[in-house]
Design a protein around this ligand. Structure first.
Ligand code: COA
Ligand code: ZN
Length: 301
């Protein structure tokens, strides 16, 4: 279906990893169930990281086990290193996502490895996961701009992309981790990468820090990209990337796509239910830019 856009909600991972309120696995499982009910085809459900570094992600194994055998959705988990991979595999994860960043400093701050060590580790995980018959995804974080080193040269992204694909990544996600890029630079990078990489295995992950998330999506759509990460309620941000605000809200993304005639399989009313649920759990009013309007149109005063 040519007008179908695949959405992967990263709320249970990117959305919750940096919140002041830490949710227990049961509450995170409930959020995931609501996202499943909304029809979202992909969900990043947790990360296997050091719980001392990111307490909000503790209990990842319980979350994976809760969805064992559930085939309604593609469930993926983030793994920063081989230890995380082994834990994820033991818990029963079917899809693992590695998370190399494009710069030296970002890798040091995020996962305590040099760029070279990070790439070697990511490639080893991808090869092992492929041999273990697991599905693989690979982020390239700070693909446009790094909070520590500034703008990132696109030649570096193309080289990292080649290495990750050679190692067995079946999907590559270019991530604007701090929400610093713009539609022009999004077009430039996707136009370059799609010279050699099939757009159907590429995905984009935008943060909405400077209110350019949707504009960046349109730029990526124009380059043939049909998979996007987004985050329920516009939550999100990496604890180790200063300046990162929330991800592009899933409800804003789906609302725009539906208005443009694309199909996503996502039911916006049920998505709003997930927004209300997570707002209550986090004890704060969250939601995308369209949420107040959407609430009013559903429940006029
Ligand atoms: N999951 C759980 N525990 C892990 C782990 C993983 N993937 N990797 C390492 N550990 C544990 C080790 O067992 C060790 O535990 P101990 O103190 O009880 O002995 C401790 O972490 C330190 O191990 P080490 O190998 O020295 O790791 P590190 O200190 O270099 O930390 C990371 C590496 C990646 C685990 C850590 O930096 C981390 O979890 N970062 C979070 C990254 C993140 O979530 N970023 C946001 C998303 S991109
Ligand atoms: Zn992110």
């Amino acid at each position: 279906m040519s007008n179908y856009i695949y959405i992967n909600d990263v709320g249970p991972r990117d959305g919750l990893q940096n919140q002041a309120t830490i949710l227990d696995p049961q509450a995170r499982i409930e959020l995931i169930n609501r996202l499943i009910d909304s029809g979202i085809p992909g969900i990043e459900i947790c990360s296997f990281v050091n719980p001392k570094a990111v307490p909000a992600m503790s209990g990842a194994d319980q979350i994976v086990k809760a969805f064992e055998g559930n085939q309604t959705c593609d469930f993926s988990v983030l793994v920063p290193n081989m230890k995380g991979y082994e834990l994820a595999k033991d818990a029963g994860a079917k899809t693992v996502t590695v998370v190399p960043s494009a710069t030296e400093t970002m890798n040091q701050k995020n996962i305590n490895m040099s760029l070279e060590e990070t790439l070697d580790s990511a490639k080893e995980i991808l090869k092992t996961a492929t041999a273990d018959n697991l599905n693989t995804r690979a982020y390239i974080s700070v693909a446009w701009e790094c909070p520590y080193e500034g703008k990132v040269d696109s030649a570096r992204i193309l080289s990292i992309a080649d290495q990750l694909l050679d190692a067995g990544a079946t999907e590559l996600i270019l991530a604007d981790t701090i929400g610093a890029t713009n539609p022009k630079d999004v077009s430039v990078l996707f136009r370059q990468i799609t010279q050699n990489v099939d757009p159907s295995i590429l995905s984009a992950h935008f943060h909405d820090t400077r209110a350019l998330g949707l504009a960046n999506v349109v730029a990526a759509l124009n380059e043939g990209i049909s998979k996007f990460d987004a985050c329920i309620g516009g939550l999100g941000g990496c604890p180790f990337a200063p300046g990162a605000a929330g991800n592009l809200a899933t409800e804003d993304l789906c609302s725009m796509l539906h208005q443009m005639g694309y199909q996503t399989n996502v039911d916006l009313i049920k998505l709003l239910d997930a927004v209300e649920y997570i707002s209550k759990q986090l004890k704060k009013d969250i939601g995308g830019r369209m949420t107040p309007w959407f609430r009013k149109s559903l429940y006029p005063a």
